[in-house]
Design a protein around this ligand. Structure first.
Ligand SMILES: *Cc1c(COP(=O)(O)O)cnc(C)c1O
Length: 345
């Protein structure tokens, strides 16, 4: 039996419809700027999120790198949360490739960066200090949706201090679907995005495309980002075959993210009440479960046991389960049964 793979929402396989769209995509050479499928995708995502332009890139990591380096010069710094992907999980790329220094801040319990911490981190114009240039936020952050009012306040603060703003919206559409609560997710995505000078979106997470992200921003920013993408080795050729998958995902896989959120809640409900497990309430498609007390002593055996039962997850003392379009209710129930069996609950 195929395992229920809850390790990440990146593990999805392209659907038959997506593969057909890829096979049928008209192609050119994107380095010459004449791949019609790439150009159409870039126009579509920019328009959807209310930006002048967009750039299709191979990964979310490269999208954030192009974004930070398009905003910042050597000796500049960006304010960022300790747990954000573009600080913690990208090999320090902005510092390595761009000589841009991060100024990481601790998160509040809801994932936000306190406004007073942001303000205190902005350095005066003085040769002792790096030039604080950019505020980077992430939404969703570990599956948590940053409140809309907070996004407005934090970005207004940044603007008032002359900083640019970047959103790592790898899972922007998860945030938008949760925030829309059954309403129009596209307009919520735009409402989130309009606070920022640039937004990065992943097509290869819950949206289900095999590869690809987009960086959205002004025409000038995207011209600078295009040069950085070239230097980073991310200028591709007949990449319309990939853009077509992303385009298909935007048309067919946005609203269905609500199903992933419902499955994460189903998993949380199924695990409620097991002694030794502290189950967080998932806001979107990611569920965290902490092992507490004596359960921690058996933590190293849990994932191998689950794997034998055909259930894949990540973590040790803090387990992470991500739902996505290749998971269904039967799979979630298999995961619940396996975890209950392990804890004899
Ligand atoms: C996954 C992810 C990225 C980029 O990941 P890639 O594997 O490089 O595509 C960036 N930001 C966040 C928040 C992510 O979850």
């Amino acid at each position: 039996m195929k395992p229920v793979d809850l390790r990440s929402d990146t593990v999805t396989q392209p659907t038959a419809g997506m593969r057909a769209a890829m096979a049928a995509a008209p192609l050119g050479d994107d380095v010459f700027g004449d791949d019609p499928s790439v150009n159409a995708l870039q126009e579509k995502i920019a328009g959807m999120l209310g930006f002048e332009a967009a750039l299709f890139v191979p990964t979310g990591t490269q999208s954030n790198l192009c974004g930070v380096l398009a905003h910042c010069q050597r000796g500049d710094e960006y304010i960022v949360g300790q747990m954000q992907h573009c600080y913690r999980w990208e090999g320090g790329g902005a510092a390595v490739f761009g000589s841009v220094q991060p100024q990481p801040l601790e998160h509040q319990a809801d994932g936000t960066l306190a406004l007073k911490d942001i303000e205190a981190a902005i350095k005066p114009d003085d040769p002792h200090f790096a030039r604080t240039r950019l505020l980077a936020l992430e939404n969703t952050l570990g599956g948590a949706v940053l409140p809309q009012a907070y996004l407005e306040q934090a970005t207004a603060l940044a603007r008032s201090k002359g900083l640019a703003t970047h959103l790592d919206g790898a899972r922007l559409f998860n945030a938008a679907v949760a925030q829309a609560a059954g309403g129009d997710a596209r307009s919520e995505a735009r409402r989130i995005a309009r606070n920022f000078d640039s937004v990065s979106v992943c097509f290869s997470k819950g949206l289900g495309a095999p590869v690809g992200s987009a960086l959205c921003g002004s025409k000038d920013l995207i011209i600078r980002a295009r040069r950085i993408r070239k230097m980073a080795g991310g200028a591709m050729r007949q990449s319309g075959v990939l853009a077509a998958a992303a385009d298909y995902a935007l048309a067919h896989h946005v609203d269905r993210l609500a199903e992933d959120h419902a499955l994460a809640r189903r998993l949380a409900e199924g695990l409620a009440g097991i002694a030794g497990l502290q189950v967080e309430a998932p806001q979107t498609n990611i569920l965290f479960v902490d092992l507490v007390g004596p359960a921690r002593e058996r933590s190293a055996q849990l994932l191998p046991f689950l794997k034998e039962q055909g259930v894949l997850a990540t973590g040790l003392y803090r387990l992470r389960f991500a739902t996505h379009l290749d998971v269904d209710a039967a799979g979630i129930d298999r995961a619940v049964t396996a975890i209950r069996a392990f804890f004899k609950a």
